[in-house]
Write a protein that binds this ligand. Sequence first.
Ligand code: CTP
Ligand code: MG
Length: 173
Amino acid sequence: MLEKLTQSLIFILPAYFANGAPVVGVKLIGRSTPLDRGAMAWDGRRILGDGKTLEGLLIGMTVGSLAGLIIHAIAPELYRSWLEPLILSAGAMAGDILGSFIKRRFGLERGRPAPGLDQLGFLGFALLFSALAFGPPRWLDAPTLIFLAAVTAILHIGTNYLAYVLGLKSEPY
Ligand code: CTP
Ligand code: MG
């Protein structure tokens, strides 16, 4: 049991890095190009909003993939292929972008909280992408998934609060 929990946490690290790196990275480079280029959707609201940028996407993909490739070099039995960390990172970014799309359609401005979606959307899509590519991971069962979702939500809330305290974000979520 404990082994599965540990495996699941290390497995998902590329998604965590992909999700977290844009917050720091975009602040560091100081420039950003919104993925939707400022365009509106049919409802008159932004398609994605200014919180989803090309730079953030590239930084997230790069940092998530690199973190996963290092893990793969240390623990080659964890991932089914060296491509899996890249797929997990892509899934995390896709889930995050889809989350913003959904938030905008519900009329939530950029940066407003969507409890559940903000914390778990990227996790769900990272797992979905890797399951579509390679099938469900070996450690996957209901208790491990619930554990992973709970830890992810707590970590997401904690790290976002930290980013807020450090002045990296303007809202604590
Ligand atoms: N970020 C980015 N590009 C991405 C993802 C994130 O530039 N593809 C950066 C943005 O600076 C963003 C920050 O990371 O503000 C935090 O991400 P997130 O909380 O997902 O965005 P929000 O600003 O809260 O916007 P939204 O309401 O759309 O989630
Ligand atoms: Mg947010």
